[in-house]
Write a protein that binds this ligand. Sequence first.
Ligand code: NAP
Length: 373
Amino acid sequence: MQCPEVREENRGTVYQSSGESSTCQAADDTVEFLTGSGGSIMALEGWAVALIVIGSILTIVALMSFVYYWCVLRYRVADTSVSMAGKTIVITGASSGIGKATALALARRGARLILACRNEQKTAQVISEIKQAVPDGAEILYRHLDLVSLKSVRSFAERIIREESKLDILINNAGIGQKGRTEDGFDLMFGVNHFGPFLLTNLLLDLLRKSAPSRVVNLSSLAHRFSPAFDFTEFDKDDDSSAGGAVRYLRLASYPISKMAVNLFTRELGRRLADDSQVTVCSVHPGIVYTGAIDGALRRGSCRKLLIPLFRFLMRTPEAGAQCVIHCAIDESVRQHSGDYFVDCRPGNEGAMASDEALAKQLWEVSCQATGL
Ligand SMILES: NC(=O)c1ccc[n+]([C@@H]2O[C@H](COP(=O)([O-])OP(=O)(O)OC[C@H]3O[C@@H](n4cnc5c(N)ncnc54)[C@H](OP(=O)(O)O)[C@@H]3O)[C@@H](O)[C@H]2O)c1
């Protein structure tokens, strides 16, 4: 091995002062000492790198196990012994994900289901799957509902009121996380996640009252906690519109604010129904669930081969996500919690903005104006 320059100089100095043989010995010792020390340092460095790599892997595995336990394994299951025979339940957005899993679970409990969806073919497939899984189940109907259109919401509600003598449970499950505009010119997320369900619930409220004890379950999300503040001056007025100067476009464009609106609506409806308390209303965070919306977004991404299995592993199944929705629809204990927000089959913490009564009232007024109630 070639010695570094500084070691050559050392050897030279020793040679001059001590004679040839001893100098060579000393020089060899020096080289051996230096080589041995460098090797030790290199070996030490190797161990340090190995320890850091192993430590990092163990930390990642521990973190993933914690997330897996917290998000995927740790959830409560709704009571399976409750019979829903004789109950009529409307579920919006039951053509996939949590809505589909909720429909199957309620069909197993004997409920008569009305699947309020926008895609007839997809819903027919879901109905046939449920009928196969529950051959002795009650009736399951498809009724067209497209929440991007307030006209569709009105005609759906009119049909339900015309055809149904009672409605025991309304589950406002359908939701969207995409940008765009509704048919009426609202932000797509705010329109589908809040204005549509707000109008639908209000139009069906008399039927729900008539069928009491009855329930409304609204799908919210933990994302509501990241909602920016409401600024109702953000409404644009379009005086030339066919809506005759009604509020046309809302720039409150984000998923969290649309879900905050769901919580505020649930609170306010709970307060308004408190007198007769026979209609119970609650909002639900279903957990982080691997469903069509997330799958679609990942499939469009570049790292899909890595991310799809990882996200699937780290998220709940739709069946697990449906448990809190089912609990709020069927459990007797929920009747004491009208207006509350539920997480994992228990009342959850929804933060200060969601309990702002004045804001909830203001949103109610704005929503009435926007939906023409
Ligand atoms: N997945 C999660 O981690 C998570 C977390 C918190 C809250 N949530 C909420 O849970 C609910 C269900 O979500 P998901 O995860 O099950 O999503 P999903 O699999 O994408 O299902 C959404 C459902 O809503 C329907 N829908 C969308 N736009 C509609 C419209 N304009 N009119 C009528 N129906 C419409 C869809 O119909 P098509 O089949 O025709 O598209 C589908 O049936 C949503 O409200 C969502 O915000 C989900």
